[in-house]
Ligand binder design. Structure first.
Ligand SMILES: [Mg+2]
Length: 398
């Protein structure tokens, strides 16, 4: 379609009231006036409308007079800029999401400074949440996400807020697979430590877990060592531990909302299927994979049955489940906190380090450092209101 030879960009601001856009639209409605764009926001009752109209040049004065007259009658301020053509087309935009509690003006300034320094332009912004944390979404054009990501991660880490960089576009919508780690991600606990507490070997197991999660010890060797310390425990401890496990704040909301969105979910854990499978069943999660504890004569033998779920196995499950769902890796999201999650975080379309150890945080695409797992939903572009409305609809239909 040919670009209009004359177009009028009007910016209208003032106190919002019902019916304003109706009156403004009526004022400019004429046979050959075409709407090219309309954007409207209301911030605490203050309205801002951007309107782009293609107008036959002979009618330009009439349309401007009618719009100015309508705004005057409605008590709105208007500024009009004459020009040619449509908005510039913005392809391959990048989405920058800021999260903070509180989110300070200085956090925004640090972010915009980085974006501007890399030649990026912020075309749009909106607020996604105010509780339990404040989330802003910025739509950025002319910026290379590969350059933005490390630069923003560095300022966010030093200023104490969270930032995520993702590509806008189709991969952000439609079917996706979300694969989550379990211990210290979906749940607050490390299951092996709950088991160790029942064997009197808690301190030794805790030390080995910490060192493995920091990446100081080979995960597989340290896991075998920790499981060895559980030898002799009666299998009934697994029921006790299942009952003791506590979900991370926001975990139930995250999973229920992902299910409402029709996304597929998997749990992959270096912990134990005896705890992970019942959790997956309770939450309605399709896929689950974890280590199995070997049992003989009603007691744990101190060995893992079958192949160990290590760092490589976690990434392999992400690929396997994506293939089973017919999804490319660009449509996967992985969430985890430990060094054994790094491969799956790197391979996923969006890898989120959740309250992770520094070594993991520094190497992941995106880090969330506030303890709310449902903040993942904001990285997918959902608003708090949409999440709450979905929860209300679930309650109403149950
Ligand atoms: Mg973990």
């Amino acid at each position: 379609m040919a670009e209009p030879a004359y177009s009028l960009a009007a910016t209208i601001t003032g106190t919002d009231a019902p019916g304003l856009l109706d009156r403004l639209a009526a004022a400019v409605a004429a046979a050959e006036v075409e709407i090219l764009d309309l954007e409207q926001t209301v911030v605490r009752g203050q309205l801002s409308i951007g309107m782009l109209l293609a107008v036959p040049p002979r009618d330009a004065d009439v349309v401007q007079d009618r719009l100015a007259g309508a705004c005057a009658r409605l008590g709105l301020a208007v500024s009009m800029a004459e020009g040619v053509g449509d908005n510039p087309h913005r392809h391959n935009r990048t989405i920058v999401t800021l999260l903070g509690r509180p989110l300070l003006a200085g956090h925004l300034a640090a972010t915009t400074h980085v974006i501007a320094g890399l030649g990026g332009n912020i075309d749009r912004s909106r607020r996604l949440s105010r509780t339990p944390l404040t989330t802003l979404e910025l739509w950025v054009s002319n910026a290379d996400p590969a350059a933005l990501r490390p630069a923003l991660a560095a300022v966010a880490a030093s200023a104490g807020f969270d930032v995520a960089v993702s590509a806008a576009g189709l991969a952000r919508q439609g079917r996706r697979l979300v694969v989550m780690d379990v211990d210290s991600t979906l749940i607050r606990d490390e299951v092996i430590e709950l088991l160790a507490a029942r064997s009197g070997r808690q301190a030794e197991v805790h030390d080995l877990t910490e060192r493995a999660m920091r990446g100081e010890l080979d995960f597989a060797a340290s896991l075998r060592e920790r499981v060895r310390l559980l030898a002799g425990l009666p299998v009934s401890v697994l029921d006790e531990v299942r009952a003791a496990v506590q979900l991370t704040p926001g975990a139930r909301t995250l999973v229920a909302t992902l299910r409402d969105l029709g996304l597929s979910i998997g749990l992959v854990s270096g912990g134990f299927i005896e705890v992970v499978a019942p959790l997956a069943a309770e939450l309605g999660i399709t896929y689950a994979h974890a280590n199995r504890l070997e049992v003989a004569e009603g007691r744990l033998t101190g060995r893992v049955a079958g192949e160990l779920v290590d760092r490589a196995a976690k990434a392999a499950k992400l690929r396997e489940w994506a293939a089973a769902e017919g999804l490319p890796l660009s449509r996967t999201i992985a969430v985890g906190d430990g060094a054994n999650d790094l491969d799956m975080l790197a391979e996923a379309g969006l890898g989120i380090a959740f309250n992770a150890k520094p070594a993991v945080r520094e190497r992941a695409d995106t880090a969330l450092n506030l303890p709310y797992l449902d903040a993942v939903l904001f990285l997918l572009g959902l608003t708090r209101e949409e999440v709450e409305d979905a929860a209300a609809a679930r309650t109403a239909s149950s």
